[in-house]
Design a protein around this ligand. Structure first.
Ligand SMILES: Cc1cc2nc3c(=O)[nH]c(=O)nc-3n(C[C@H](O)[C@H](O)[C@H](O)COP(=O)(O)OP(=O)(O)OC[C@H]3O[C@@H](n4cnc5c(N)ncnc54)[C@H](O)[C@@H]3O)c2cc1C
Length: 413
């Protein structure tokens, strides 16, 4: 028996990669090594049910504790990989781990704003279970929270904080919320919805720094225009930076993330990568380099990576999808809207149930669905099967979208 596969990063992608190797018939040793003290767990509830106190830690675990031994996966938690050379990894505690095949599933880390006061106590980020636990405890005592960044994590956290009765201000530097991911009409809908819940939403507002008290605790966020927002808790939700850890030491190409192809292969033979740490081609067109920070993408890439390590050719061409729960509002996205030249809105935003369909040269690209799961499902199915949807008819919200789908014609992808 050889030294098998080492998977570095025991998160969403790492777990699925190890499981996929076993399911794919791999009988060689598998070591899954992660620096967090926990067995792999789900992150999405950290800004939703776990933060709100509706889910406990045990419910986050992907697998029962006994699974790893049964599956022959050696799980090393609390071990950080600090060095690498071909065939050998070094851990912070002084262990060496030999490998024949290597999978890098290192995830990403929150960006900390480079402004004065960002290191004060009470200025938090949210990525892992320990972050969420600390945030939950602080929220229970907080009176005023400033959330910096109007993206998914910031808004989900704002919704939970409001539901706990805390005063919340969201400060977004851009002109609209979730601008990277959704259409303007969706951004505006969410601005109004959060405002109705009592959250103050400031757009085009940049944070210049934070003020603290003598004990080093945050007391206020200060905006570029001089506005002072009192706060005893701040959440920074301003994006993540991919972790590339041992990649460079091994000669693996890094360009805004670990560069992989549709089969999750890096430029170094025997080294694959998956999840938030990667940049990968567009799954449907094969073009460009994208970073998709989502559970479905991490899982699909992990499966492609496991196939590659097993010598099988199973590229990830799955339709990207994503969800975000903010209070009662369920946003579901399928496809990628970049490059669209037309949008069609189905339903009335004022009704709280609507969707935005994106097209390019008449071909369906994506949907943002707000409390309209049937539209989301129909678009995901259409994109998966290459079915056509006429933009002219799509705006009639009374006709179920799935009735409008027709057998595949040439899709512009
Ligand atoms: C609060 C929150 C809410 C989210 N909500 C959603 C959602 O609603 N829907 C959705 O689709 N996605 C959501 N996401 C994103 C989703 O969780 C990520 O896209 C997904 O976890 C990516 O998986 P990954 O394996 O690439 O990274 P991770 O799950 O972050 O795993 C990477 C692991 O690698 C470890 N690691 C890194 N470097 C080393 C090293 N050198 N040595 C050892 N270990 C190392 C890290 O500690 C980490 O445990 C959310 C993320 C967060 C943080």
């Amino acid at each position: 028996m050889g030294s098998g596969t080492v998977v570095v990063g025991a998160g969403q992608a790492g777990l699925h990669l190890a499981v996929s190797l076993r399911q794919g018939g791999d009988e060689e040793p598998i070591v899954l090594v992660g620096e967090e003290p926990h067995a792999p767990y789900q992150r999405p509830p950290l800004s939703k049910d776990f933060l709100a106190g509706r889910a406990d830690q045990d419910s986050l675990a992907f697998r029962d504790p006994g699974y790893y031994e049964q599956a022959g996966i050696r799980l090393l938690t609390g071990e950080r990989i600090t060095g690498a050379e071909p065939g050998l990894l070094h851990t912070a505690s002084g262990r060496t781990l030999p490998y024949e095949r290597l999978a890098l599933t290192l995830g990403a880390e929150p960006v900390r704003l480079p402004v004065p006061g960002a290191g004060l106590r009470g200025v938090c980020t949210l990525r892992g279970l320990e972050d969420a636990r600390a945030l939950r405890e602080r929220l229970a005592r907080a009176e005023r929270v400033v959330v910096v960044g109007g993206g998914f994590i910031g808004l989900e956290t704002a919704a939970v904080a409001r539901s706990l009765g805390v005063r919340v201000t969201v400060v977004e530097a851009g002109e609209r919320l979730m601008a990277r991911a959704v259409a303007p009409v969706v951004s505006e809908f969410y601005r109004q919805a959060h405002t109705r819940q009592g959250t103050e939403v400031l757009l085009s507002a940049a944070v210049a720094g934070f003020e603290g008290d003598a004990a080093g605790r945050v007391r206020a966020a200060v905006l570029a225009d001089g506005t002072r927002l009192p706060a005893d808790l701040v959440l920074l939700g301003v994006g993540v930076r991919p972790r590339t850890g041992p990649a460079r030491a091994l000669g693996v190409e890094v360009d805004g993330g670990i560069v992989v192809d549709a089969r999750s292969r890096t430029n170094v033979p025997g080294v694959v990568a998956a999840g938030d740490c990667t940049v990968r081609p567009h799954p449907l067109t094969g073009e460009g380099r994208l970073r998709l920070e989502s559970v479905p993408s991490a899982v699909a890439q992990a499966q492609a990576a496991a196939a590659s390590l097993l010598g099988r050719d199973e590229p990830d061409t799955s339709v990207p999808w994503f969800w975000s729960n903010q209070g009662e509002l369920r946003l579901q996205i399928a496809g990628l809207s970049a490059g669209h030249d037309a949008t069609v809105v189905r339903g009335e935003p004022a009704s709280g149930q609507f969707s935005v369909l994106y097209f390019r040269r008449g071909a369906l690209l994506a949907v943002d669905a707000v409390n309209r799961p049937a539209d989301y499902m129909a678009v995901r199915r259409a994109l998966t099967r290459g079915e056509h949807l006429s933009a002219d008819r799509a705006g009639d919200a009374a006709v179920p979208l799935k009735q409008l789908l027709t057998e595949g014609t040439a899709q512009v992808r």
